[in-house]
Design a protein around this ligand. Structure first.
Ligand code: SAH
Length: 213
């Protein structure tokens, strides 16, 4: 089930769905998604679906991981310092880590963060810094960031995230409650002006407040 052929089928599907950046597809091809799941579910790893990772959370669908990565890369002017909200299993973290200088990732559920840390270590990914906190406030001590990606949806965009963007920084975030839209925000130079674009309808877990155990 984790055979090369199964993985190739997934890559083909993502391509057909409109992920056009072949280098992003290569990253998806190279990161072993089955390592981010419990063994009982690992045979579903190369299907294009979100999968449960415990604590009511899900490992994002490969399509959305590829798409968000592609959008972020296309819109950002540099990717030296990037923030991710919602480490979850660490899968999107692993994908993004291949594209950025240093990746800062915030998670509010400690056991998920612990598991993600183990997996990233197992894959010898060393440019990721994990933080246990409410990511709705970003990671102010480490900002500003060239780009921010959120894997959880707030009802409306937290101003703290916009203000942790550096000059021309980009934020890719799902926004909304029942109806969510993947949204791209770009800071205009170093000003307090932000350009905003709706990308496509999506379905993410909500961005929750505070920290869980
Ligand atoms: N990209 C992850 C997706 C995990 S689901 C993966 O592929 O595994 C979204 C994650 O966001 C969950 O782990 C959830 O706990 C986390 N999350 C939700 N609200 C958060 C918040 N305010 N701060 C930090 N993490 C949050």
């Amino acid at each position: 089930m984790t055979s090369q052929r199964t993985r190739e089928r997934l890559i083909q599907r993502l391509y057909e769905q409109g992920v056009s950046n072949t280098q992003v597809l290569d990253t998806i091809r190279n990161i072993p998604r089955h390592l981010f799941l419990d063994e009982a579910l690992s045979h579903h790893a190369y299907e294009d679906t979100a999968l449960p990772i415990g604590h009511g959370q899900t490992l994002s669908q490969p399509y959305i991981v590829a798409r968000m990565t592609e959008i972020l890369i296309g819109a950002a002017s540099q990717l030296n310092k990037v923030l991710e909200i919602g480490t979850g299993s660490g899968y999107q973290t692993a994908v993004l880590s291949q594209w950025v200088g240093e990746l800062y990732s915030v998670e509010r559920i400690k056991p998920l963060q612990d598991k993600a840390r183990q997996r990233l270590r197992q894959l010898s990914i060393n440019n990721v810094h994990l933080h246990y906190a409410d990511g709705g406030f970003g990671w102010p001590e480490q900002g500003p960031f060239d780009a921010i990606l959120s894997a959880a949806a707030p009802s409306c965009i937290p101003k703290e995230l916009k203000h942790q963007l550096g000059p021309n920084g980009v934020l890719v975030i799902p926004v909304g409650d029942e109806k969510q839209v993947l949204t791209l925000v770009v800071r205009k130079d170093s000003t307090d002006e932000f350009y905003q674009q709706d990308i496509e309808p999506v379905k993410f877990v909500p961005l929750l407040q505070g920290m869980a155990r």
